[in-house]
Design a protein around this ligand. Structure first.
Ligand SMILES: *Cc1c(COP(=O)(O)O)cnc(C)c1O
Length: 398
């Protein structure tokens, strides 16, 4: 048997993640591997923490990347803040809220579910009712940017309600970080987790997290030890620092050295561009994509005020096989977009404009390719779509 090296095709990644990785990040990944306690590596880790504080808009000392994908960050938040017997209010308006509930239950706690329709934001009135009816609740958990539907929720209001009822907040910012405002300190989020592969232009596999001093105090005064050894922040802090007492770095697990070079590079790029400029770029690209798709005759699923610029969910026109269209985009245009999940399966496309993918050539390609794939479908006007995109993007360039 003979095997050859794997050479992946060059795709354009405009699905729900992973998204296009910037060439500078790919280049950083190939730099020499050094020891995970090498003084130069430790210095890089310290910078990485500062860069993450910048991205999260926080001064939390415990702001680090977890060695694992966004799901590991999610699990880290729940296993550290939730104990057996606790009550947690969980907001579900898509796939990822559902996973939060599973995490709560696997921690031996009770989940009080606040449910909203897929495509709607979390309703603060329902959350207020749940907080009032469950004074024993210790944590409120919600997803800021529901990647399964493209809906943003009002994080600031939800955090205020939690604070007024003495609850800690766990917020999923996997798809929001870098793409729309995320204000950990201003909003008062106690535990937040994100992912490297969505709006940070980096490869998958790392989960930036941040825990407030309140959360750290809560963790250190737990009655039961954290059930996960690997994700126990009391132990992780010994390697990364970030707790109250961190004189020296000790081995916990071998950090994914080269992957962290990649994340560092992606955050250096974010700082160079500026967070606000990055949010504005996602917004501009969304405006151009929306103009194109709507002019073509496609409809958005989420109401305008709650649309995520970085995740655009559009309705599949009647009679169109959504999976066949995605296959055609991949085969003919090397373009990946996402299909609908759960309640939206077969009914929606999810078009990502995340990180390095949020750029003019991607918007043009996507609208053009969808126009080709949908040519001849009733009510679809491909030329109008392309013209609308050009009008916005050419204008901006002039
Ligand atoms: C992608 C995503 C996750 C999970 O991240 P993985 O890196 O796939 O584990 C969690 N929450 C949201 C909102 C996401 O979009």
């Amino acid at each position: 048997m003979k095997f050859n090296s794997f050479t992946p095709p060059q795709r354009t990644l405009m699905g729900p993640g992973p998204s296009d990785v910037h060439p500078r990040v790919l280049e950083a990944l190939g730099r020499p591997t050094i020891g995970h306690l090498d003084p130069q590596f430790v210095a890089m880790m310290d910078e990485l923490k500062q860069l993450l504080q910048y991205a999260f808009r926080t001064t939390n000392p415990l702001t680090i990347p977890i060695s694992g994908p966004g799901s590991a960050g999610m699990e880290a938040a729940f296993v550290n803040l939730v104990e057996p017997g606790d009550t947690v209010i969980v907001c579900i308006n898509g796939v990822f809220g559902g996973r939060m509930k599973e995490n709560v239950e696997r921690c031996g706690a009770t989940a009080v579910v606040v449910e909203d329709a897929w495509g709607d934001p979390v309703d603060p009135d329902k959350v207020l009712l749940a907080l009032t009816e469950h004074p024993e609740a210790s944590v409120l958990a919600f997803v800021h940017a529901e990647t399964s539907t493209g809906a943003r929720s009002d994080a600031e209001t939800l955090c205020r309600l939690a604070r007024e009822h003495g609850c800690l907040v766990i917020m999923d910012a996997v798809t929001s970080l870098g793409g729309i405002p995320v204000e950990i300190d201003a909003w008062g989020v106690d535990a937040v987790y994100s992912g490297s592969q969505k709006c940070l232009s980096c490869t998958p596999g790392l989960s930036p997290v941040s825990f407030s001093p309140r959360a750290v105090k809560h963790i250190s005064s737990r009655l039961h030890p954290v059930q996960s050894w690997f994700l126990d922040l009391n132990l992780v802090m010994g390697y990364w620092g970030g707790g109250d007492t961190t004189p020296k770095r000790a081995y916990h697990h071998t950090a994914p050295i080269n992957a962290l070079y990649g994340l560092h590079e992606s955050l250096v790029m974010l700082a160079e561009e500026g967070l606000e400029a990055s949010w504005a770029r996602h917004r501009r690209m969304h405006d151009a994509l929306r103009a194109g798709l709507e002019a073509m005759g496609l409809e958005f699923i989420v109401a305008a005020p709650w649309r995520l610029p970085q995740l655009n969910a559009v309705r599949v026109p009647a009679g169109v096989d959504e999976a066949a269209v995605r296959q055609r985009l991949l085969a003919e245009f090397d373009l990946e977009i996402g299909g609908g999940l759960g309640a939206l399966a077969g009914k929606a496309w999810r078009i990502g404009l995340m990180g390095h993918a949020a750029r003019p050539e991607n918007v043009r390609l996507c609208v053009h390719a969808l126009g080709v794939a949908l040519a001849g479908v009733d009510g679809v006007a491909p030329d109008a779509g392309n013209a609308a995109v050009s009008a916005l993007l050419d204008d901006a360039a002039a």
